[in-house]
Design a binder for this molecule. Sequence first.
Ligand SMILES: [Mg+2]
Length: 348
Amino acid sequence: MPRTILHVDMDAFFASIEQRDSPEYRGKPVIVGSPPNQRGVVCAASYEARKFKVRSAMPSRTAAKLCPHGIFVRPRMEVYRSESALIMDILRSFTPLVERMSVDEAYLDVSEMEDAVLVAKEIKRRIKEERGLTSSIGVSCNKFLAKLASGFQKPDGLTVICEEEKVEFLKPLPVGSIHGVGPVTAQALQAKGIQTIGDLQNTTLDLAPIVGSFAGTLKQRALGIDDRPVDLSDERKSISAETTFLTDTDHRPTLRAALKEMASDVAQTLDAEGVAALTVQVKVRYSDFTTFTRQIRLQEPATTAVEIYHLACFLLAKNQLVKRPLRLLGIGLSTLVPPTRDQFLLPL
Ligand SMILES: [Mg+2]
């Protein structure tokens, strides 16, 4: 039974809200985050600021250097969260089959509706009229493709990827466009001559030695296959990231680079979900596939990549987990709670 999925993604959400609420910011480079004279990071940048290469998670000081006329605005998380709730209400007025992915992102299963493109146009129109904000929507036959499509023509985009053209559409895209393929994995694939999704489609290589248990999923995604249903069960219970190394390694700089990348991944998800983690876990797997996890329960929930990175290093050292080369290294966060501090104003 063919499905039709929409992925709705708000454009530069926090920065757009600030521009909506303060007309003097419109058309200007707005940077939501710590002031540039303090240690802290950018949590969102308007499209005008992005032209200066300002990106979220970058130190505010760096952002100010790149964009000297940037207008720095402190984040108003409560405002963003209630705006998010209003937008989710609009989405749920079209169908109850809405999976909220983060503060500004959701999947809708519109398989039962007659004209998905019309629904997408109507959603965009209502968000614009009722909330004064623009969104980008992807329409396709599964979640993976719908999400790719929503990112394709931002801002204010509407992109459709049909079942018949999906394999062709994917061909030229870099492997990093597949969720779960971070820079480390992308590099490992590149070392095997796999740069684009098209290369992945055609490869006869066994990917398991490179990406471990992700190999099956990766091959499927390359062909535009994704059977994950729109999940209506409640908020997520855990967040994790894993890296399988090209060759088993105990080389400290490699492990630290992988940990940093994963810490930044999971911290971004925490941020997008508006939650913090009371439990941080590391996972290691050795050449013989024996696997260990060790965790720590915190007094104060962790919110930033730096905290998570240091806790992961601590867990590895304390439990002497890197006495042998690792095949896989992972970070997991659980016991997710509301953040108790303003996570964006912490020093880097
Ligand atoms: Mg967005």
